[in-house]
Every structure is written in structure tokens, then in C-alpha cells.
Design a protein around this ligand. Structure first.
Ligand SMILES: Nc1ncnc2c1ncn2[C@@H]1O[C@H](COP(=O)(O)OP(=O)(O)OP(=O)(O)O)[C@@H](O)[C@H]1O
Ligand code: SF4
Ligand SMILES: [Mg+2]
Length: 390
């Protein structure tokens, strides 16, 4: 027993030592000054894409070991389109978007590999966001790329009025704008998100508004700087059902009015079905299937996606209990060498005990990582370009 404790202590010591080495290495790189452009300028695989995740790996170096939260994720977000990212809790949806925003909890959370290419049209160049100097990243964050969080109060400051907060966001991005014009733009934004008494709301404090109104304000704030990309991470989860529907209607309506791409992260497949042009299905830090919304909803192929579809409540259909996929996601610190879904899969075949299956293309837009399709469609996508139709 004593020896066991000793081994445990030693293991913890080894992990801490390893983590400290990793932190030092990553943080030293981040502190580098005068990074030459050549280190972060890059080329898009497809010019129609705004963002391209390419083999992104994001790890958390914790006392229990390395959590491979995102482990080799590749997909594109085309300009002006909405991508839905789905998958159960802990599969890496938020970490993927936080990596893009470079808002990972440091020093534990680090981008361990891959690229996140951003087609920066304003500057006529493409940059790798994972390598961009911190100062440049700060200019992009909240300006060219905006984020709508699940809980509006994480974005709103309770001690300032709504008007002050949206004004400030506009001024930050248009420092020379006249005060009167700033207020006019704020009111315009509040009206755009369906707030009827915009002038009255301008002088209100966040606590004076309902949850739904606050989320509208957050969306107005995100839109006020004309972003190229809006990341909405569970934008309606904290709201009650009626308000959820209203906010979704608003987002859908805005999608057609603005020219931004939207990365919509949600558990809710119904939301994705209504909003998304393309869908990415994640499982334990990897993409198991991706395609157009039509492909994913009408011809799901991966047993996990099929399970997700079965677990959706269907309107006007009575069921005693909703289907839930049996079993649990494997521990992200100790992932198995085979398909991560194997312990829950009802379609398992002999091959499934082999190496983790490659993502293969089943149509120009539809990709799946599962041995059930390996023989018929042997064209591995490993070397094909990312993005385009995601
Ligand atoms: N700060 C952190 N420290 C350690 N592990 C973390 C941290 N943040 C996230 N993780 C781990 O990374 C993995 C992915 O987490 P992530 O938040 O991206 O999940 P998610 O898909 O957004 O889930 P949810 O639907 O619950 O929001 C999880 O295993 C999580 O425990
Ligand atoms: S590879 Fe095998 S275990 Fe994995 S999802 Fe496909 S059939 Fe199931
Ligand atoms: Mg999340």
C-alpha cells in the first residue's frame, strides 16, 4: 500500500514536471516580441472559406494528465454561411471556438498543433490565428470575430447602461466617430435585434431587462462592429423555451441580413436543423462526421450521428421515453487506440478494434470516420483540401 502511494506520488510529480516544461515552452513562445510576418502569414486552401481549422490540437495539461480536448480537427467555415457544431457535453465544441479566439485558460490550455487560418479580407491576406502576435489578435477579437455566450451577463457589465456598453464597443472600433452618430448606431443595432423601445432601453441597466432582452442586447453588441464571424456558443440554452424560439428566429432573420459567417455551437439538433448550412459532428475531441445540413439530417452515416438523430424529440410524435445512446464517452486523458465510439457502438465489426478510422469522403461535402464505410469509399481525405463546402 505504502509503495502504491509512493508510486502515485511519483506519478503526480512526473506529471507536474512535464506540465511545467510544457507551460514554459508555450508561454515563452507567446511572449516573443517582433514576430516576423512570415511566421503567421499563410494561404487559404479555399478562398471561399473565411476560417479553416486544419488538424487543430488543443490540450489541457492538468494534474491528472493531458486532456486531449481537441485532437486533430479539420473543417472550413465558408464566407456568409452558418456551420453548426454538435456533439455531447465535453466533446470539444467550446474549446474549438476558444482556440479560434485564443481565449484558452492559460497556462493549462494550449494549442498543441495545427493551424487556424483566417481569411482577413480587410488586409487582403490570410493569417494563422494560432501564431498571430497577441496585439494583432486583440484587434481581431470582438471586432472582426465576435462571440455570443450562453449567459448574457458574462458579456454585460452590471454597472453600466446598455447604451454606454454598446457605444463603447462601437467607439473602440471607430475611434473617430462622432458621439451623436455612435448613439444613432447603437439605437439602430437595438432596433435590428427587435427591441422596439430602443431609446428607452438605451438608458437601462442590464438587471432591468429580462433574460431574452439581455441576449438581444448581447447580439446587438456583437453585430455593432460588423464582424466577419459570429461565434454563438449555446446562445439560447440559458433562456426559457418561448424566448429561445424568439432568439432563434432573430438569429435566423439576421443571418440573411448580415454578411457574416456564423459558427453555431449547440447540443440542440433542432436549432442546427433550422439554422445551419453545414454541420460538424464531434465526438471526444474529433470530428466523426461532417456535411451539409441536408446530408447530416437526411443521410446520417456514423453510428453516433444516427444515435443523436434518434435521440431528438419529434414534434407531434408521442414517445414514452426519448432514446439515449447507452454507455459513456471515454476518458479524454486516456483515449483508446481504436475508434472512440467502439464501447457504445451497436454496429461494431472486427476492423473496429484496429487503428482509429480515417475520415473518408462519401460525397464532395460529406465525410465520415467509420469502418462501415471504409471499403466502399476508400478515398481517404487525409490529403484533400479542407474547407470549401466544409
Ligand atoms: N480549463 C480546463 N481545464 C481542463 N480541462 C478542460 C478545461 N476546459 C475544458 N476542458 C476539457 O476539455 C474537453 C472539452 O471541453 P468543451 O468545453 O470544449 O466541451 P463542450 O463540447 O463545449 O461541452 P458542453 O456541451 O458541455 O459545453 C472536456 O473534456 C473538458 O473537461
Ligand atoms: S468504426 Fe466501428 S466502432 Fe467505430 S463507429 Fe464505426 S462501426 Fe462503430
Ligand atoms: Mg461548451
Amino acid at each position: 500500500m505504502a509503495e502504491n502511494n509512493k508510486t502515485k506520488k511519483q506519478r503526480l510529480k512526473d506529471i507536474k514536471k512535464f506540465n511545467n516544461q510544457m507551460y514554459n515552452e508555450y508561454e515563452k513562445n507567446k511572449r516573443k516580441k517582433n514576430i516576423p510576418e512570415s511566421e503567421y502569414l499563410t494561404t487559404m486552401s479555399d478562398k471561399e472559406n473565411l476560417i479553416e481549422f486544419d488538424e487543430l490540437k488543443t490540450y489541457f495539461y492538468t494534474d491528472s494528465g493531458t486532456v486531449k480536448a481537441v485532437d486533430g480537427v479539420t473543417f472550413g467555415i465558408p464566407k456568409g454561411k452558418t456551420i453548426g457544431v454538435v456533439g455531447e457535453s465535453g466533446c470539444g465544441k467550446s474549446v474549438t471556438s476558444l482556440s479560434l479566439m485564443r481565449l484558452l485558460q492559460a497556462p493549462q490550455g494550449q494549442i498543441a498543433g495545427g493551424q487556424i487560418r483566417y481569411n482577413q479580407a480587410g488586409k487582403n491576406r490570410a493569417v494563422d490565428l494560432t501564431k498571430l502576435p497577441v496585439k494583432e489578435m486583440e484587434k481581431i477579437r470582438g471586432n472582426e470575430i465576435a462571440m455570443i455566450f450562453q449567459e448574457p451577463m458574462t458579456t454585460l457589465n452590471p454597472v453600466f447602461t446598455i447604451g454606454d456598453q454598446i457605444d463603447e464597443s462601437i467607439i473602440r472600433h471607430n475611434p473617430k466617430m462622432d458621439k451623436k452618430d455612435v448613439k444613432a448606431r447603437t439605437i439602430e443595432m437595438l432596433k435590428l435585434v427587435g427591441i422596439a423601445r430602443a431609446e428607452g432601453i438605451y438608458d437601462s441597466y442590464p438587471h432591468e431587462l429580462s433574460g431574452g432582452m439581455r441576449q438581444r442586447v448581447v447580439i446587438a453588441m456583437a453585430l455593432s462592429c460588423d464582424p466577419q464571424l459570429i461565434i454563438a456558443d449555446e446562445p439560447t440554452t440559458a433562456l426559457d423555451v418561448t424566448i429561445q424560439a424568439q432568439i432563434l428566429d432573430l438569429l435566423r432573420d439576421l443571418k440573411d441580413k448580415i454578411n457574416a459567417s456564423i459558427m453555431l455551437i449547440t447540443h440542440d439538433l433542432g436549432v442546427v436543423a433550422e439554422m445551419a448550412d453545414y454541420v460538424v459532428v464531434m465526438y471526444a475531441g474529433r470530428i466523426v462526421e461532417q456535411g451539409t445540413a441536408k446530408e447530416i439530417f437526411q443521410e446520417p452515416m456514423h453510428p453516433y450521428t444516427i444515435g443523436l438523430m434518434k435521440s431528438r424529440p419529434i414534434l407531434n410524435e408521442e414517445t414514452e421515453r426519448l432514446y439515449s445512446i447507452p454507455g459513456n464517452v471515454p476518458n479524454p486523458i486516456n483515449l483508446p487506440p481504436h475508434c472512440y465510439f467502439k464501447n457504445r457502438c451497436e454496429k461494431c465489426i472486427d476492423k473496429c478494434s484496429g487503428a482509429y478510422p480515417n475520415l473518408i469522403s462519401v460525397s464532395p461535402t460529406h465525410k465520415v470516420s467509420c469502418y462501415l464505410y471504409g471499403d466502399k469509399n476508400s478515398a481517404s481525405v487525409k490529403n484533400t483540401k479542407v474547407g470549401g463546402k466544409a
